[in-house]
Design a protein around this ligand. Structure first.
Ligand code: SAM
Length: 218
């Protein structure tokens, strides 16, 4: 986005927010939206959305994670940290969080914003390269904001099966999508899937899918 256009958007939002207690939060949101949009212009298929998830969707995703469990929570494709923030708000301790993000600009931002959270810069479709050698315990949940539909279905299924190997028995792989259908076909052998009702408060409305390894359910 040209810098001038960015400044105009900021000014409009600032004007609307004069007197708000949450001006700083709103400024940060607008900055994130501008960063995200620029990243999307450079690599639309990789970023997969023109703006970060809204607070309602991020909170709905985070609420699928058991905050009382002990295991890690691995987040794939955290972007500017909309869902990361919601996970922390939900009660997940920073030291339980491991973020895997491709984009170097987002990684730098996440490191500044979330000290204490482990950030791995790498390709989530190569989980072994990202995680092996770190000596981490198994995850009690994986949360993904990856734009799965930009990849062939066999790569999506392969990512899910790879993730199951790093997860505790029965742990959920939580994926949100703007599509109506599940990015992992529902008839995929060995996978139990559940879809949420649409989260209407997000624009565009999104759905949250939860996948579990059917071969490791008690
Ligand atoms: C749709 S955005 C979601 C961002 C954030 N979770 C949110 O809800 O606002 C997708 C994110 O996944 C990242 N991403 C895409 N492909 C990736 C890959 N193969 N490995 C790691 N991160 C990836 C992008 O850089 C981007 O930050």
């Amino acid at each position: 986005m040209p810098v001038a256009a960015n400044d105009v958007i900021k000014r409009i939002v600032d004007d609307r927010l004069l007197g708000s207690d949450n001006l700083m939060d709103f400024r940060a949101e607008i900055d994130d939206a501008a960063r995200f949009f620029r990243a999307w212009m450079d690599r639309p298929m990789e970023i997969g959305a023109i703006a970060p998830s809204g607070a309602a969707l991020a909170a709905a995703v985070a609420s699928e994670v058991d905050e009382t469990a002990d295991g890690l929570v691995i987040e794939l494709g955290p972007g500017t940290g909309a869902v990361t923030h919601a996970l922390l708000q939900h009660g997940i301790a920073p030291e339980r969080l491991v973020l895997i993000e491709f984009n170097d600009y987002f990684c730098d931002l996440l490191r500044q914003r979330y000290p204490g959270v482990q950030i791995v810069q790498g390709d989530a479709y190569h989980l072994a390269r990202c995680l092996d050698g770190l000596g981490l315990p198994l995850a009690s949940a994986v949360v993904s904001g990856l734009p799965l539909y930009s990849r062939p279905v066999r790569e999506r299924i392969s990512l899910l099966r790879d993730a199951f190997a790093y997860m505790e028995r029965g742990a959920p792989f939580i994926q949100f999508t703007y599509a109506v259908t599940s990015p992992i076909p529902r008839a995929t052998p060995g996978v139990i899937s559940n879809g949420s009702a649409p989260v209407w408060l997000n624009l565009p409305p999104a759905r949250i899918w939860t996948y579990r390894d059917a071969t490791r359910i008690a």
